[in-house]
Design a protein around this ligand. Structure first.
Ligand SMILES: Cc1cc2nc3c(=O)[nH]c(=O)nc-3n(C[C@H](O)[C@H](O)[C@H](O)COP(=O)(O)OP(=O)(O)OC[C@H]3O[C@@H](n4cnc5c(N)ncnc54)[C@H](O)[C@@H]3O)c2cc1C
Length: 460
């Protein structure tokens, strides 16, 4: 009998096991499936907290609906009737002491018409004049491997990028625009520049594509952990060990020895490491892989929820949240008006907000040292400044995700490719999977978990 050990019970590990178990059931194969998870609860970065009628997501809060890997899984698990969609509305940028709406006719803050540029309240007349350069300057040098920041600044000017585009885009892609390529962010912008002679004109001509954006995200009536709970309940043929940390993995002729924190050792033919790359590196402990692992980077984020005994109608009528232009005016990078965006998160319709504090913010060095009470005070101050609200919350939830957010830098794909090659040569039957490598979004992790399971099945 062959044994497959999956380390890490986040969405990647659970999806992999679901696929392996399906194969076991259909073929009747004699195979032992084991999951080792260090925490007392499965789900990893998907964790729902319910309190006083509020539903709060400590980690991920939703799934991009257009990614096709997720819906078949949701249907197979019988969860369609529990799916909820986000309400759409306007986003704001907090700047110069007030909330200013991002022009409606914009894609990631990039104007999609000359009217959108003209009406923006976020930039000065000089900034608008500078952006007109886009209409008459042809592209002579930029390729998709150049930085998206340099590309946008060249054609649309520094002010528009700094004040209106960068706050949106660097939030979505978790990084400085100067460190991200056109290819890894919005590759179609370069095509538009070539085809229409202008980024703005290109967006205008393709407006319909971006309009499909309504109801873009999904979650579940009782929170996102509905998905991981359902996967867990369906893994009847898997030996699940919770509160079981894997501390070391050693190769032993054609097998692996998986050392558990409780002194037990499991002998495995295949090992799937669905843990962050920093954990995988320690478990394998091989100097020869150090160079490749060090090419993968993480950043940090603190998430703070505040729920109030105040109706959420105090919010701007059409808004779902704001981002900041990374200044010290506020300590947060962004704030989602959760009760407005996700109706299921507040049974009473009272105000629930979520603030995000990222390591890219100048205040983060001080914030990461703060305890829960200090962070709550900081969050309340941000809410007071941005919404003018000066009352104590009735619920709160603080989670520090220290060095837990993968950063997909320009060099990331090369590092992953090199790591995979060395792993295949030195550790056949041991695979790396999860958010550190092939995409951090939940659909990417599901796809990667399923693919990794299939790679093991091919070897079996
Ligand atoms: C704050 C935040 C917000 C996010 N928002 C979204 C969003 O809205 N939409 C979206 O699509 N994605 C979002 N993401 C990303 C997404 O949640 C993650 O990329 C994804 O859930 C990662 O899944 P995973 O299984 O690869 O890893 P993880 O969820 O990190 O799972 C790894 C598991 O391994 C376990 N483990 C670690 N070490 C060991 C060990 N030594 N032995 C045994 N077990 C171990 C951990 O306890 C954990 O359960 C967000 C992430 C964060 C942190």
């Amino acid at each position: 009998m062959k044994t497959v050990v999956v380390v890490g019970g986040g969405i990647t590990g659970l999806s992999a096991l679901y696929e392996l178990q399906k194969w076991k059931k259909t073929t009747g194969a004699d195979i032992r499936l084991v999951l080792a998870e260090s925490s007392g609860q499965l789900g990893g970065k998907i964790r729902t907290v319910k309190q006083n009628g509020f539903v709060m997501e400590a980690g991920a809060d939703s799934i991009v609906a257009r990614k096709m890997e997720t819906m078949p899984l949701i249907e197979e698990l019988g969860l369609e009737s529990e799916v909820v969609y986000n309400a759409t509305g306007r986003s704001y940028i907090y700047m110069d002491g007030e909330l200013k709406a991002i022009p409606e006719d914009a894609v990631f803050g990039i104007p999609a018409s000359i009217e959108s540029l003209a009406k923006s309240t976020l930039i000065s007349p000089e900034g608008k004049a500078a952006a007109l350069k886009d209409f008459y300057t042809p592209n002579e040098t930029f390729t998709k491997n150049d930085s998206i920041g340099a590309f946008l600044e060249h054609f649309l000017g520094k002010e528009l990028v700094e004040k209106q585009i960068s706050p949106v885009l660097s939030g979505v892609y978790s990084g400085k625009l100067s460190d991200l390529t056109i290819a890894s962010t919005l590759p179609y912008l370069l095509d538009y520049k070539e085809q229409y002679g202008s980024i703005i004109k290109g967006l205008e001509a393709n407006k319909q594509k971006f309009k499909g954006g309504e109801r873009k995200f999904i979650s579940f009536q009782n929170g996102l952990d509905t998905l991981t709970d359902a996967l867990e309940q369906n893994l009847g043929d898997v030996e699940i060990f919770k509160n079981t940390k894997v501390i070391k993995i050693e190769k032993n002729s054609s097998q692996y020895q998986v050392f558990l924190g409780n002194q037990e050792i499991i002998k495995a033919d295949y090992v799937l490491l669905c843990v962050p790359h920093t954990v995988a590196e320690n478990l394998i402990d091989d100097l020869d892989l150090q160079g490749e692992f060090s090419g993968l980077k993480n950043s940090s984020l603190i998430s703070v929820y505040l729920g109030f005994d105040v109706p959420d109608s105090i919010l701007p009528a059409d808004g779902t949240g704001f981002i900041t232009a990374n200044t010290e005016e506020l300590s947060c990078n962004a704030c989602t008006w959760t009760s407005r965006k996700w109706e299921h998160t507040s049974k009473s319709g009272n105000l629930l907000v979520r603030l995000f504090y990222k390591s890219s913010h100048p205040s983060f060095l001080a914030l990461k040292e703060m305890d829960r009470e200090e962070l709550l005070e900081t969050a309340l101050e941000d809410i007071h400044k941005s919404l003018g609200l000066n009352v104590q919350p009735v619920v709160s939830e603080v989670t520090k995700w220290t060095e837990q957010m993968p950063n997909y830098l320009i060099t990331h794909p090369k590092s992953v490719e090199a790591l995979e090659k060395k792993m295949a040569a030195s550790y056949p039957g041991m695979l790396l999977a999860g958010c550190s490598y092939y995409g951090a979004g939940i659909p990417d992790c599901i796809e990667n978990g399923i693919d990794s399971a299939r790679r093991i099945l091919q070897q079996l």
